[in-house]
Write a protein that binds this ligand. Structure first.
Ligand code: SAM
Length: 206
């Protein structure tokens, strides 16, 4: 998969929007590793929740030029940056300023991806809509993620797949159990240690 062109972004804008980092690129690497599997699904509607700069959904849209990409973010500036990133890279995308995937029609998405705010913080720190929303994950770093997990059975198409980036502190086994309870199988697609952080991408499917 190609890395999207990002030179249109002014460095100062990353004071307000999450700057792509190792976690963003691990999620892209996971999608690339699963490219044949994704091709076999022939995806039409792809969604990135919490798209930040838009680099991940744009990479996916570049690999699948016939899909229609959607993205959401609680941070309005992130929505604007995602739109620009997609446009510069000629990806067909619409970006919505929305909490998670709350306002979308049910069971529509063939692919959903999420690199959540995963840092363990006090609950009070999490739930904002500025740059803090990029990292503040509340208890277990999972408060935002767990809300999306509950939406996945309603938003993912029957044959769809959900990719989620986590760190060890998020207790991935618990996430797997929650998704098993909703009838999803799971696999670890990729793992990488970044400084002291063990990052991994899980995928969930029926
Ligand atoms: C770790 S950043 C990831 C950004 C980008 N996807 C990437 O990988 O570079 C998490 C993103 O989720 C967004 N976010 C946090 N809470 C959200 C929510 N409830 N609904 C939608 N987006 C949310 C943040 O604003 C931020 O852009």
């Amino acid at each position: 998969m190609e890395t999207p062109y990002q030179n249109h972004i002014d460095k100062a804008d990353f004071d307000h929007v999450y700057e792509p980092a190792e976690d963003s690129f691990l999620l892209i690497d996971a999608l690339e590793k699963d490219l044949q599997y994704l091709k076999s699904k022939n995806p039409i509607f792809c969604l990135e929740v919490g798209s930040g700069s838009g680099v991940v959904i744009t990479a996916l849209g570049m690999a699948f030029p016939h899909t229609f990409c959607l993205s959401t973010d609680v941070n309005l500036k992130a929505c604007a940056m995602t739109k620009q990133t997609a446009a510069y890279n000629k990806v067909n995308l619409d970006s919505c300023n929305m909490d998670l995937a709350s306002s979308f029609t049910d069971n529509i998405f063939d692919v959903i991806i999420f690199n959540p705010p995963y840092v363990v913080t006090d609950s009070e720190e999490c739930g904002g809509s500025d740059i803090t929303a990029s990292w503040a994950g509340g208890a277990k770093g999972r408060e935002i993620t767990d809300r999306l997990l509950n939406m996945i059975p309603k938003k993912l198409a029957n044959n769809g797949v959900f990719y989620l980036l986590l760190i060890e502190e998020n207790i991935p086994d618990e996430v797997v159990q929650i998704m098993n309870g909703f009838g999803f199988k799971s696999e670890t697609v990729i793992k990488r240690k970044v400084r002291n952080e063990q990052q991994l991408v899980l995928k969930f499917y029926k």
